[in-house]
Design a protein around this ligand. Structure first.
Ligand SMILES: Cc1cc2nc3c(=O)[nH]c(=O)nc-3n(C[C@H](O)[C@H](O)[C@H](O)COP(=O)(O)O)c2cc1C
Length: 183
């Protein structure tokens, strides 16, 4: 987490710590990914938006059939499983982009935990999700409930659009709509 002393003297926004622009520091992409699809999209968005990233990890990673079963149970019970402490403070950002896979028509359980804890702290939010083919509306509705305001932009990528060439335009549109104005 950054201290107030690390803030930009011009406008008070969070300043870069690795040479990026001050504006780039204002967008945080927080995401969870069990099998890598959402991570791939988050990486592309990070480049497109010049954003910081926070990957959500669980103390006990979900792997194999047991992990999938646990995911289903957590989703059906609307559980908020424990997650590892976060590295980035959402309060340092103007825009919080939340991303995760759709699980049984809802947002993946670890993202539910994150969104409930931090979603309402951000002045503006945007959502993206990856899915096999259906259920994004339910996932976004749940995220909006936790964030307590509507997203500036949403992006849904299904299994048929995971290749960069298949979603380049929609990803760029999402980035342009969601990204805060330059200061
Ligand atoms: C437990 C579980 C439930 C899922 N439920 C849905 C679903 O309701 N609709 C859908 O389109 N895809 C569903 N999927 C597929 C994932 O949403 C999709 O593969 C996603 O891209 C995985 O993201 P990840 O690789 O970042 O974990 C489910 C996957 C798992 C493991």
């Amino acid at each position: 987490m950054r201290s107030p002393a690390d803030r930009c003297a011009k406008c008070g926004c969070a300043t870069p710590d690795d040479g990026g622009s001050a504006m780039a520091r204002r967008t945080l992409i927080a995401y969870y990914s069990m099998t890598g699809n959402t991570r791939k999209i988050a990486d592309e968005l990070r480049t497109a938006m010049g954003a910081d990233c926070e990957e959500i990890h669980e103390p006990r990673a979900r792997r194999g059939v047991g992990g999938v079963l646990r995911a289903m149970v957590d989703t059906l019970a609307r559980r908020e499983p424990p997650i590892e402490p976060v590295q980035r403070d959402p309060l340092d950002y103007d825009l919080l982009v939340l991303g995760g896979p759709v699980w049984a028509g809802r947002i993946a359980a670890p993202m539910r935990t994150y969104a409930h804890r931090y979603g309402a702290l951000a002045p503006e939010v945007a959502f993206f999700c990856t899915e096999g083919g259906r259920g994004a509306e339910g996932a976004f509705a749940e995220l909006e409930e936790f964030c307590r305001h509507a997203p500036k932009a949403t992006l849904v990528l299904d299994a048929e659009h995971m290749e960069a060439s298949a979603h380049r335009d929609s990803l760029q549109r999402f980035a342009a709509t969601a990204h805060p104005a330059a200061h």
